[in-house]
Design a protein around this ligand. Structure first.
Ligand SMILES: Cc1cc2nc3c(=O)[nH]c(=O)nc-3n(C[C@H](O)[C@H](O)[C@H](O)COP(=O)(O)O)c2cc1C
Length: 186
């Protein structure tokens, strides 16, 4: 049974995080496919899903939300984990308090829709030429610096949690809902 690590990425950093999660799962002998969500035409072939998106303007990219809306019924019947890639680690000083609020806003809708077994908010790559002039000005005015903020240890830890939860229990079934890391359980 194959697990889909599906991602939506505008500039590649989320795609690389998805590949790393895929590698982490494979290290635990899971069968994994890592795919851009817009290229997934038959999600019913996957037994479990790890779905992630870059965050733009405090929301998942449209190709990720479109996938969730189109396949919500199926996703609700299978184990799902989600991750979002924004720039919380770039925030400075008083702006740091913005991160939890943003996470609640961005992830909240997906938690309610998908009831995932776990979720994570990672920091990605923020490059000057990715932002429009107004965005660059706001970024600088907030005291932030462009750069690669990815924390690969945090990504590996998330993959490890998913792998442990995916592994069949002694009775040959997945661990019951609400066990494992389970941080996203309502
Ligand atoms: C146009 C634009 C808007 C963004 N808006 C947000 C945002 O609202 N919140 C956030 O945390 N990060 C935001 N970011 C930062 C990206 O989420 C971050 O750079 C991420 O690593 C991008 O992933 P990608 O390389 O897969 O596209 C924005 C980036 C761009 C280019």
């Amino acid at each position: 049974m194959t697990t889909l690590v599906g991602f939506a990425s505008a500039h590649g950093s989320t795609a690389e995080i998805a590949e790393r999660i895929g590698a982490g799962l494979r290290a635990h002998d899971a069968e994994v496919a890592v795919r851009a969500l817009e290229e997934v035409d038959d999600p019913s072939r996957y037994a479990a899903f790890v779905l992630g998106s870059a965050v733009h303007d405090m929301a998942w990219l449209p190709q990720a939300t479109d996938f969730v809306v189109a396949h919500e019924g199926l996703l609700l019947q299978r184990p799902v984990w989600i991750f979002s890639v924004g720039m919380p680690a770039a925030l400075r000083g008083p702006w740091k308090s913005f991160a939890p609020r943003e996470e609640k806003h961005v992830v909240g809708e997906m938690l309610a829709r998908l009831r995932p077994r776990g979720h994570a908010l990672f920091s990605g790559v923020v490059a000057e030429d990715h932002l429009p002039p107004a965005g660059r000005a706001i970024f600088r005015a907030m005291g932030m610096r462009f750069g690669d903020y990815r924390d690969w240890d945090a990504v590996d830890a998330f993959a490890e949690d998913v792998a442990r939860d995916l592994a069949p229990g002694p009775s040959g079934t997945h661990s019951p809902e609400g066990q494992g890391h389970g941080e996203a359980r309502p």
